[in-house]
Design a protein around this ligand. Structure first.
Ligand SMILES: Cc1cc2nc3c(=O)[nH]c(=O)nc-3n(C[C@H](O)[C@H](O)[C@H](O)COP(=O)(O)OP(=O)(O)OC[C@H]3O[C@@H](n4cnc5c(N)ncnc54)[C@H](O)[C@@H]3O)c2cc1C
Length: 513
């Protein structure tokens, strides 16, 4: 293990997908440069939130022939039964517009869409193993494997595999990585150009300076900081469960504002938040269970709060267009909890990795009364719940199981309910029954720093110009996501802008030499 350098050409703060994409891009642009990554976490937490992901990457494509060369898990027999509609630039852009209520920054989102496919091909060329996401994004129906939701790719072994491959690629490219090294300040010369970073290093921690020709901020959002969550997201958010790394506590956002007048951008009261196992730990994800605490099977059943009332249209869109805002709705319920409920008709469609007995407390029963009694022991108003199920069942009378199709918006909705379920609504009356208790799990925050779309250079509030030599990528970059989020866009955005920032930083430092 080499010693922390006192100077480097490019310093990257954060060892997640955005930081490692930037490191790889910088090394590729100019292999003679010295590139260093630091991370505040110990090596046992390498990879930040990225480690916890499903490794889902959203990209434009022209259908299966365009994707097959990128993946390693599809036999010719499977390929002959796969339906993947093309996902065009227009589709991706309109998803971003729709999810964000047209608030997404037009130039940033256009860059994300435009570079999405080449970013994934580039990762693949650097040894990142991609697969078709059969388990998450496809349903087998009438002997066809139907992909849905504009999302078809994931990395092998999810975020764990992604980080393993990215660490391997950057180390091969000669990049040095130092863990347990938090950045605490940005240093600039009198003209405002970045000259380095102050860090803490060693045990006990002492202050050190790393001089650098360019710095790339890739230190995540403030999702693991209860105080900042309460401050920016609002009351109750301090109590949300953290899905990923405990080290994304947002201080670099404040440091950039304090030290170089970085401009804030984006949806500071917004975040990505899912339905999450109520028994999951509070302050961080679990590196073994990881993403399996997610509970995203609600479109297949119903969801009620502790008072036994439904509170959300479980079927208003395909799951990967709703899951990132459903957690916010759970957080607003009494006690920040809810119960997801299914019967025998749809139980078999739940994904094993989220609902098998080893990862979640399954509340099982042979009658809906028994289910209500068992759930009452963990906080459900059983009387009101039974009434809710009765009303719901009456509202779906006539919905034919033959027309039910989870791979499309099948239009099987409820009738005359104050809170509808717009698709996939079948009665809940066939034993056995299953319920699981969920709470709100925060994924990442949407507020960040303003950047130039071409280079991800940070914009100064003081000059309205780019801060020379400072770039910002990943969760720290503000302005793309507002309110909601099309699944799989965060990793793609991290690579698209990480790649741009790495290239721009390497060109800048190369010219300075
Ligand atoms: C459970 C879960 C599942 C997800 N699934 C997906 C998915 O399938 N697809 C998708 O697109 N997105 C997914 N996301 C969102 C995704 O995590 C992010 O969009 C992306 O991985 C973030 O990458 P990043 O590099 O910006 O941040 P991170 O990967 O979080 O890396 C940030 C790093 O910065 C370090 N750091 C923080 N402060 C400092 C400091 N002061 N000094 C030095 N280092 C610091 C942290 O320790 C951390 O390692 C998921 C997130 C979670 C939590």
């Amino acid at each position: 293990m080499s010693c922390l350098p006192s100077s480097t050409d490019i310093l990257i703060i954060g060892s997640g997908n955005a930081g490692l994409s930037a490191a790889l891009s910088a090394a590729q642009t100019n292999p003679t440069l010295k590139i260093t990554v630091i991370d505040k976490s110990p090596e046992t937490w390498a990879g930040g939130n990225t480690y916890f992901t499903a490794g889902a990457f959203r990209t434009t494509h022209n259908g299966l022939p365009d994707l097959l060369p990128l993946v390693n898990n599809t036999t010719p027999e499977q390929a002959s039964r796969i339906d993947i509609p093309p996902y065009t630039a227009q589709d991706f852009q309109s998803d971003l517009n729709r999810m964000t209520n047209n608030r997404t920054d037009p130039a940033l989102s256009a860059a994300l869409v435009q570079d999405s496919h080449s970013a994934i091909s580039w990762l693949s060329a650097h040894g990142i193993r991609f697969q078709l996401s059969f388990n998450r994004q496809a349903y087998e129906h009438n002997n066809r494997i139907k992909f849905w939701g504009g999302l078809a790719l994931k990395t092998q072994n999810g975020g764990k595999g992604l980080i393993e491959d990215e660490l391997h690629a950057v180390r091969n490219a000669g990049v040095n990585i130092f863990f347990s090294t938090p950045a605490t300040a940005l240093l600039a010369n009198p003209e405002g150009a970045l000259t380095g970073v102050q860090v803490l290093t060693g045990t006990p921690p002492r202050q050190a300076t790393i001089h650098a020709g360019a710095v790339i901020l890739a230190a995540g959002g403030f999702e693991a900081n209860p105080r900042l969550r309460a401050q920016y997201l609002g009351p109750g958010w301090d109590c949300a469960r953290v899905r990923g790394t405990p080290y994304n506590t947002g201080e670099m956002l404040g440091v950039a504002e304090r030290d170089v007048h970085a401009r804030s951008a984006g949806n500071w009261s917004g975040c990505h938040c899912v339905a999450w196992d109520a028994d999951a730990p509070a302050g961080s994800g679990d590196r073994v269970v990881s993403n399996e605490y997610t509970k995203s099977g609600y479109p297949l059943g119903i969801m009620v709060n502790g008072d036994g009332e439904r509170f959300v249209d479980e079927g208003f869109d395909m799951r990967n267009y709703t899951y990132a805002m459903v957690g916010r709705r759970v957080l607003a319920q009494p006690g920040q909890v809810a119960f997801q409920v299914w019967d025998a008709r749809t139980l078999g469609w739940l994904r094993d990795e989220e609902y098998r007995g080893e990862v979640v407390r399954r509340i099982e029963a042979d009658s809906i009364q028994e289910l209500a009694e068992k759930c009452a022991l963990v906080g459900l108003d059983s009387g009101r719940f039974l009434k809710t199920v009765q009303e719901y069942n009456a509202s779906v009378e006539g919905n034919e199981v033959e027309s039910w199709d989870p791979a499309v918006k099948d239009g099987l909705g409820t009738k005359n309910l104050a809170i509808p379920k717009s698709n996939w609504a079948l009665p809940i009356d066939k034993p056995p029954f299953l319920a699981v208790k969920v709470t709100a799990g925060i994924t990442f925050t949407f507020g960040g720093l303003a950047v130039s779309p071409e280079t991800a250079a940070v914009i100064s509030e003081a000059t309205d110009e780019e801060v020379p030599g400072l770039y910002c990528v990943g969760e720290m970059l503000g302005g793309i996501f507002y309110d909601n989020y099309p699944g799989g866009s965060g990793l793609t955005a991290g690579t698209v802008f990480g790649r741009r920032a790495g290239r721009a930083a390497a060109e800048r430092v190369g010219q300075m030499k």
